[in-house]
Design a protein around this ligand. Sequence first.
Ligand code: FES
Length: 272
Amino acid sequence: MATDPNPGGLISLLQDIQARYGYLPADQLKAVAQKTGRPLTDVYGVATFYRSFSLKPRGKHLCSVCLGTACHVRGGPIIADEFSRQLDAPAGETTADREFTLETVNCLGACALGPIVVVDGHYFSNVSPVGVKEIVERARAGLDRVEVKTDQRIFPVEVSCARCNHSLMDAEHLVDGHPSIRVTLAFNSVHGHIWLSSLYGSFNVESDHEIPMDTVADFFCPHCHAHLTGSANCPVCETPMVPMIVRGGGIVQICSRRGCRGHILDIGGQVF
Ligand code: FES
């Protein structure tokens, strides 16, 4: 029988430790085991179950190079080697200045555009060895900084419910100066509305309830009340994704975990 992956609120305790230290030190895991009365093996089981936890100190930036089958045959190992060379750190390790952690992963869900690299939640497709240096430099400068007016990585999308096809756009509630995407959501015992930026690449949201970071919420269509859930899991944190239909064809999926930047836009087989 499968075990409960969150026994006794272990996850929230581990999240606090991860937020405080940037990783889960061994002595802190022992303290959690003592405090909760759970075997240390259970604590380690949860700590290693989720990719968002790390047992080793992580750098400020996380570079994940895909070595899944599709990316492997498209040159993923060469890309991983080039990252390793540029960062002077082998895969699985953190640079001496604690700026970067380099890891290799299996399939990030965008195989057609491999080799795929994800840095701090940003996807880079068709990565070539000569492009690695630029990715590192951009990460160092801060990939999270998004200028909604000038950043060419972001563009508006119009979406509708994957069940009833009713538009989810809210022209009266602007986010980033554009009509927002309005859905209802529920987490713990809270029910409310959230307005998502319709600019793909912007992660700005507004809501009528405070949503704590790392909260995993259920999203619903405000028209037919269907649970917006699909079969895919987030390529970053493996939490269930929220699918929506893109006007003109295609599907966009966003991670249901607050603060995670995992998202996929699939238009006619092209994944962004
Ligand atoms: S194998 Fe790399 S994204 Fe699927």
